[in-house]
Design a protein around this ligand. Structure first.
Ligand SMILES: Cc1ncc(COP(=O)(O)O)c(C=O)c1O
Length: 485
């Protein structure tokens, strides 16, 4: 074996799928891929994507509720995943002109696409109306613009209204998006019933997407939307679907205890001004103010007992209900299709990022810095750090003469802060130039969301991986460059 996970003990061990381990064991294949496509590469495993789709479908099927999944492609830009989503019969949530246009050219249609962009330009709306793709409208200006465009091309537009401001435990959930749930009924009656202001708009659905990861908030938001659907029946308005957006939590970590211990150690290291756990002692959200530990961990919650299917299940069951029926039972009763727009959770275990070691050095503090042929934007979390131990694939075996080393991986941008992971990574020996580092489970938001071309660096190559023969070891032929799809 010539691959090792960083931090054999006291680490944050990622859940690592068999397909990832198979690649780690096949270092000659990984080297060939990097030789062919440069460093870093992103590898996407289609069967894992498919598995995630099936798991969500199974939850809905068990509840016997009409449902559709729309893969939120903003989480990853690959065409291969969009194609796979459409081939398996689920839809795709698009959030820009190009995402919409490309998804249409990959086979997306009225039932399999939705447009949810935060800013909707005329060209997006025109394309969506022409192709009869439902548009989730956020505000009155968008409603008026869509009405104008639809009327000018003599078509009807299919629309849903995004709503927000749900009351949970007597507190209103703030969002910059959507119509206020407390005022939207009045708005609908005024614009869709008592006047013909929206004569070219067919109101098909309600939509919400909540910040954060509370199942309770989602369950109550769904319940409130179903209440609204029922109230609208008296005005002969028939809402066909409620879209609950994304934000379904996933679990990245194999061991809850490691997560608890890491949190404790991080707090202690901030208190004691220690620098061995994180780069230059960064607290990842914790800091000492006037001698007291303040703040909280500002990262994704990497360990979650309730995740993926069980998360969705909690929203559908709704333990917080004020009626005797669950959310899914009420959806069935009202003939409502339930929709979700998962991004990250459909990409769970779908991708890895692999880069090559370029140099090793010791800084003035004596810390080892290992430079990789990649930059921070090619694996960047929106939160304070990506808290999963990486794997190193050595070219030469580790022997009993080798010395363990703690190090930080650094990237190619000219910024002091291009430290790829803020946690110190302990390895059985110092990597050599040309050794490989694999970061696992990076497909959701980590690869593309913040990727930039500063210094004119090439963007990473994205490979779509599906074995041509499942019984054989993978070869380079099983990997297709997403640009060529
Ligand atoms: C409207 C909407 N739908 C779906 C998603 C996908 O969310 P996630 O990747 O957390 O599932 C987002 C993410 O920002 C969103 O804004």
């Amino acid at each position: 074996m010539n691959y090792y996970k960083g931090n054999k003990t006291e680490g944050l061990t990622p859940i690592t799928s068999p397909w990832m381990l198979e690649l780690l064991q096949n270092s000659s294949l990984l080297h060939s891929l990097l030789d062919n496509y440069g460093s870093p590469i992103n590898i996407h495993h289609l069967p894992s994507f498919n598995k995630n789709i099936k798991k969500f479908q199974q939850v809905f099927r068990a509840k016997k509720v009409d449902a559709q999944i729309f893969y939120a492609r903003k989480a990853n830009k690959c065409k291969g995943l969009v194609k796979e989503a459409l081939n398996t019969g689920i839809g795709v949530d698009t959030a820009s002109f190009k995402e919409l246009q490309q998804s249409i050219s990959l086979g997306g249609k009225t039932d399999s696409l939705v447009l949810t962009s935060a800013i909707k330009t005329k060209d997006q709306i025109t394309l969506a109306v022409k192709k009869q793709i439902p548009i989730v409208l956020d505000n009155n200006d968008e409603v008026e613009l869509t009405q104008q465009i639809a009327e000018s091309i003599n078509k009807n537009a299919l629309i849903a209204l995004r709503v927000s401001g749900f009351l949970v435990d007597n507190k209103k959930l703030y969002s910059r998006f959507g119509f206020d749930i407390e005022k939207v009924k009045e708005y609908i009656v005024e614009n869709f019933v008592t006047t013909n202001k929206c004569k070219n708009l067919k109101l098909k659905g309600l939509h919400f997407h909540l910040d954060g990861y509370s199942t309770k908030q989602r369950a109550i938001a769904l319940q409130t939307c179903i209440d609204l659907v029922e109230e609208l029946h008296q005005y002969q308005i028939n809402i066909e679907f409620i879209d609950m957006g994304g934000g379904i939590l996933i679990n990245y970590l194999a061991d809850e205890n490691e997560w608890i211990q890491f949190n404790k150690k991080l707090q202690d290291s901030v208190k004691n001004k220690e620098e061995s756990l994180t780069f230059n002692g960064t607290g990842l959200g914790y800091e000492m103010i006037e001698g007291k530990l303040q703040g909280s961990l500002k990262t994704y919650p990497y360990f979650n007992k309730v995740n993926s299917e069980s998360f969705l299940e909690e929203v559908l069951v709704n333990d917080f209900k004020d009626s005797s029926l669950s959310n899914s039972e009420r959806a069935i009763e009202n003939n409502i299709q339930l929709r979700i727009e998962p991004g990250r959770s459909l990409l769970n275990q779908v991708g890895v990022t692999v880069a090559k070691v370029a140099h090793r050095k010791q800084d003035a503090k004596g810390q080892w810095l290992v430079g990789l042929e990649m930059n921070m934007s090619q694996m960047l979390s929106s939160s304070a750090d990506f808290l999963l131990d990486p794997f190193v694939v050595y070219q030469e075996d580790v022997t009993s003469n080798d010395e363990a080393v703690s190090l930080y991986f650094t990237g190619a941008y000219c910024l002091e802060r291009d430290i790829l992971l803020k946690r110190s990574i302990k390895l059985p020996k110092l990597p050599e130039i040309g050794d490989l580092v694999m970061f696992v489970n990076t497909a959701g938001y980590m690869m593309h969301f913040f990727e930039t071309e500063a210094h004119l660096f090439e963007l990473s190559t994205n490979l779509i991986y599906k074995k041509l023969d499942v019984n054989k070891a993978p070869t380079t032929k099983d990997f297709i460059n997403d640009d060529n799809l």
